[in-house]
Design a protein around this ligand. Structure first.
Ligand SMILES: [Fe+2]
Ligand SMILES: [Fe+2]
Length: 147
C-alpha cells in the first residue's frame, strides 16, 4: 500500500511529464492545470493541514501552501492568456521554474519530515484517501469543458 508521500511523489512525476508534453504542444496546458488544482487541494487538505499544526514541520508546510498560492495565480494567468502570443511560452517557462523548484523542495525537505512525524499507518491511510479522491476529482475535472 502506498503512503501519501509516495502517492504525492508519483503525481509529481506525472506533472513533470506533463510539462514536457506542454513544451511540445501548449494545448496540453489544461491537463497540467487540472492535475495541479486537484493536487494542491488534496495535498493541503490531507497532509499540510496536519503538518501546519506541528511546531518543527510547520515552517516547511506553510511555505508549501504559500507556493501553491503563487502557482495558482500563474496557472490562472496562463489559462487566460492567448497561447499564440510569444509571451505565453515565456510565462510558461517561469511557471516551470517555480513548479520544478516546488516539487523538488517538497520531496527533499517536506516529505521526509512528514514521514518522521506521522506513523506508517497514518501515512498509508492518507495515501489511500489521496488516491481515491484524486481519481474521482480528476475524472470529474476532465469531463468538464476547457476554460
Ligand atoms: Fe505542493
Ligand atoms: Fe506536491
Amino acid at each position: 500500500m502506498k503512503t501519501i508521500t509516495e502517492a504525492l511523489k508519483d503525481h509529481h512525476d506525472e506533472m513533470r511529464d506533463l510539462m514536457k508534453k506542454i513544451d511540445k504542444d501548449p494545448e496540453n496546458f489544461i491537463l497540467l492545470k487540472k492535475n495541479l488544482d486537484v493536487h494542491h487541494e488534496l495535498e493541503e487538505d490531507l497532509l499540510l493541514s496536519e503538518l501546519n499544526t506541528m511546531d518543527d514541520v510547520k515552517k516547511e508546510s506553510l511555505e508549501s501552501q504559500e507556493e501553491h498560492y503563487v502557482l495558482n495565480v500563474l496557472l490562472l494567468d496562463l489559462a487566460d492568456f492567448p497561447k499564440d502570443n510569444y509571451r505565453w511560452k515565456v510565462k510558461m517557462g517561469v511557471l516551470e521554474e517555480i513548479l520544478n523548484h516546488h516539487l523538488d523542495e517538497e520531496e527533499e525537505d517536506l516529505f521526509p519530515e512528514a514521514e518522521e512525524k506521522l506513523s506508517k499507518t497514518k501515512l498509508e491511510k492518507l495515501g489511500k484517501k489521496f488516491l481515491d479522491l484524486k481519481k474521482k476529482r480528476l475524472e470529474m475535472a476532465l469531463e468538464t469543458k476547457d476554460l
